[in-house]
Design a binder for this molecule. Structure first.
Ligand SMILES: Cc1ncc(COP(=O)(O)O)c(C=O)c1O
Length: 533
C-alpha cells in the first residue's frame, strides 16, 4: 500500500493492453486499502481514463500523462504513466537488493511514478509501519542508465528554507549543556520573557512545537466535543488538527484570492450556534485582516486566535503580531524565522489563559521539577489532563540567541522579497501575492502564482524543472480538507473552498531564507523565468 502527502492516485504499469485487468485489480485493492483520494474517483471515471488510455498509441511519459489528467479530471488526481522494460529491470534489481516481496511490486511502480511526477515523499507499508521509500529516488526509468550509476537523492543547491546558525548559537547551547538544568530550568523563563517583550505581550508560554502551541490554545479556550472552530484551508494541517485533538470540529472558511488570507466574509457565513473560536493564519508572513476578524469575533462572542507560525516580526497597522488576538501561536521549526530545532510559543495578555497552558504543557501538574527542588518538596498534584509539551533549556538557549538576530533576519527576508517583486511585477504569468498597505510582511514564504495560459508548460513541469536544477521549490498548501484523513473522517471533498483549491493548482513557494545571497536569488529568478518560457 502506498501513502503520499497528496490527494493523487497514480496508476502505473508497463503494458497498455493490460489496463483493464490491472485497473480492476488495482482499484479494488486500492479501495479495500483505502488509498488516498480514491473516494473522489468513481469506478466509472476511473475506467474512462483507462479506456482512453488504451487509445494512446505511443508510450506515456510523465508529460503526456499530465495532459491526460487535465483532459479527464481537470485536476491532478490521476496520472497514467507507462514504465519501460528497463525500468522494470531496475525495479526488480532493487526488489532483490532491498528484499522487497513481489507482493509490493505494484506499490513500487506506483511509487516510482509518483516520484517521477514530483508528487512528494512516498511511503510504503508492509504490514504495520509506514517506511520511507528511500530507494525510489535511485530509480529513474527515464534516465539514461549506466550500470555503475549510484543511487542518489536530490540535494538542492538552494533549498526552499534553511536555518541560519552561527557560533554564538552553538556556544549558547553548549553552555546549557554544561549547566545543571537541561529542562525546566532558567532559560525557559528567559526565552519566554524575551519573546513576550519582543511582541509586547504580557505572557509567553514556551512549548515543544507550534502544533503543541495550537493544541494548548484550544485546551485553554475549552474547545471540546460539539464545538466548531473556523479555520482557513490554506495552511499546514496542524491549524485544523488542534481542534480535532480536543474533540471539536474544524470548519473551513475560504481565503481571499489575492492574499490567500482567510476571508472575513467567509468566516461570517460559516458561524453557527456551535462556533467557539476563529483561527486566522498569517499566511506566508502577511497578517490577516485582524480588525475585521476582531469585529466579527466580538459581535458573535467568539475567541480569536492568530496562528502566527509564519509571521513572527510581522506588523499589522503598526503593531507587532503577538497581541492582536486572544492568543498568538509561533513555531520555531528550522524553516521559520528563528529556530529552536523544534519549538513553539503562545503569547497572550490573559494571565488565566497563560496559566492554563502552563499546566497543560506539564501533564496538568501544578508545579514542575525545579519548583519542587527549590521548595524542597516532593508533593505535586495533577489537576487536569495535560501532556509533556515542555521546551528544554537547550532549545530555549538557542531560541534566545536566535532572537537577538531576528531583526537582521527579517531585514534580509524583506530585501529578498524586494528583489523577487522587482522582477515578477514586470513579468506576465508569474504573480506574487498581493501585500496590503497596512502591514509589514515577515516573509516566511515567498509565494507566486503561475498562470500558464500563455505558454505550453504547467505548474508541475515548472516545479520539476526547478527541482532538477537544484532549486528547492515547494507548494504551500494542499487545502487541509483534501487530505485523506479529512476526506475519510469528515467526508470533505473538492468544492468546499474553491478559491483555495484554484490557488493550490497555481502556487509555488520560491526559496526564502535569511542566508540567501543576491546571487542565489538571481539564480532562482533566472531558472524560473527559463522554465516558464
Ligand atoms: C501555519 C502553521 N501552523 C502550525 C504549524 C506547526 O508548527 P510546528 O511544525 O512547529 O509544529 C506550522 C508549521 O509548519 C505552520 O506553518
Amino acid at each position: 500500500m502506498i501513502g503520499i502527502d497528496s490527494n493523487i492516485l497514480i496508476f502505473a504499469h508497463n503494458n497498455v493492453s493490460r489496463y483493464y485487468n490491472e485497473a480492476n485489480r488495482l482499484i479494488h485493492s486500492v479501495v479495500e486499502k483505502d488509498l488516498l483520494g480514491v473516494s473522489e474517483i468513481s469506478l466509472r471515471e476511473f475506467y474512462a481514463v483507462i479506456t482512453d488510455g488504451r487509445k494512446v498509441d505511443k508510450p506515456l511519459t510523465p508529460e503526456n500523462a499530465s495532459i491526460l489528467v487535465k483532459t479527464y479530471f481537470q485536476s491532478k488526481r490521476v496520472v497514467v504513466c507507462q514504465l519501460t522494460s528497463e525500468a522494470w529491470g531496475k525495479a526488480f534489481e532493487y526488489l532483490v537488493r532491498y528484499r522487497i516481496s513481489r507482493y509490493d511490486l505494484d506499490d513500487l511502480l506506483i511509487a516510482l511514478t509518483l516520484w517521477l511526477n514530483g508528487v512528494g515523499t512516498v511511503y510504503t507499508r508492509n504490514t504495520k509501519d509506514f517506511k520511507k521509500f528511500d530507494f525510489i529516488e535511485a530509480i529513474n526509468p527515464f534516465a539514461v542508465s549506466s550500470p555503475s550509476s549510484k543511487p542518489h537523492a536530490p540535494s538542492y543547491v538552494i533549498p526552499y528554507a534553511r536555518q541560519s546558525i552561527d557560533e554564538q548559537d552553538v556556544a549558547a547551547v553548549c553552555s546549557v549543556l554544561r549547566s545543571d538544568w537541561l529542562t525546566t530550568g532558567p532559560k525557559v523563563e528567559q526565552f519566554e520573557q524575551a519573546v513576550a517583550d519582543y511582541v509586547n505581550a504580557k505572557h509567553a508560554v514556551a512549548v515543544s512545537s507550534g502544533t503543541a502551541a495550537l493544541h494548548a490554545a484550544m485546551f485553554a479556550l475549552g474547545v471540546g466535543p460539539g464545538d466548531e472552530v473556523i479555520v482557513p484551508p490554506m495552511t499546514f494541517a496542524a491549524t485544523a488538527n488542534c481542534v480535532l485533538y480536543q474533540g471539536g470540529t474544524p470548519v473551513f472558511a475560504d481565503v481571499e484570492a489575492d492574499t490567500l488570507l482567510i476571508d472575513p466574509a467567509q468566516v461570517e457565513t460559516n458561524i453557527t450556534a456551535k462556533t467557539k473560536a476563529i483561527i486566522g493564519v498569517d499566511y506566508a508572513g502577511q497578517p490577516c485582516d485582524w480588525d475585521a476578524l476582531r469585529e466579527i469575533a466580538d459581535r458573535h462572542k467568539l475567541y480569536l486566535v492568530d496562528d502566527g507560525c509564519h509571521s513572527l516580526g510581522a506588523e499589522y497597522k503598526g503593531k507587532k503580531i503577538g497581541t492582536l488576538t486572544d492568543f498568538t501561536v509561533f513555531s520555531f521549526h528550522p524553516v521559520k524565522h528563528i529556530t529552536t530545532g523544534e519549538g513553539g510559543m503562545i503569547t497572550t495578555d490573559d494571565e488565566d489563559l497563560a496559566n492554563r497552558m502552563r499546566l497543560f504543557r506539564n501533564h496538568g501538574i501544578t508545579s514542575d521539577f525545579r519548583d519542587r527542588e527549590i521548595r524542597g518538596s516532593w508533593f505535586y498534584e495533577m489537576a487536569s489532563l495535560g501532556y509533556n509539551y515542555r521546551l528544554t533549556d537547550i532549545q530555549c538557549a538557542l531560541g534566545l540567541s536566535q532572537l537577538k538576530k531576528l531583526p537582521d533576519f527579517l531585514t534580509r527576508r524583506r530585501e529578498i522579497a524586494k528583489i523577487y517583486n522587482g522582477t515578477f511585477d514586470e513579468l506576465e504569468g508569474i504573480s506574487p501575492l498581493s501585500v496590503r498597505d497596512d502591514v509589514l510582511h515577515a516573509y516566511h514564504l515567498y509565494v507566486v502564482r503561475v498562470s500558464t495560459d500563455k505558454c505550453q508548460c504547467d505548474r508541475a513541469q515548472i516545479f520539476k524543472e526547478l527541482r532538477e536544477n537544484g532549486i528547492g521549490v515547494n507548494v504551500h498548501y494542499i487545502p487541509v480538507y483534501l487530505h485523506p484523513y479529512y476526506r475519510k473522517h469528515f467526508g470533505t471533498r473538492p468544492g468546499c473552498c474553491p478559491i483555495a483549491e484554484k490557488a493550490y493548482e497555481e502556487i509555488i513557494s520560491l526559496p526564502m531564507f535569511a542566508g540567501m545571497t543576491d546571487d542565489d536569488v538571481k539564480e532562482v529568478i533566472n531558472l524560473l523565468v527559463k522554465s516558464f518560457c
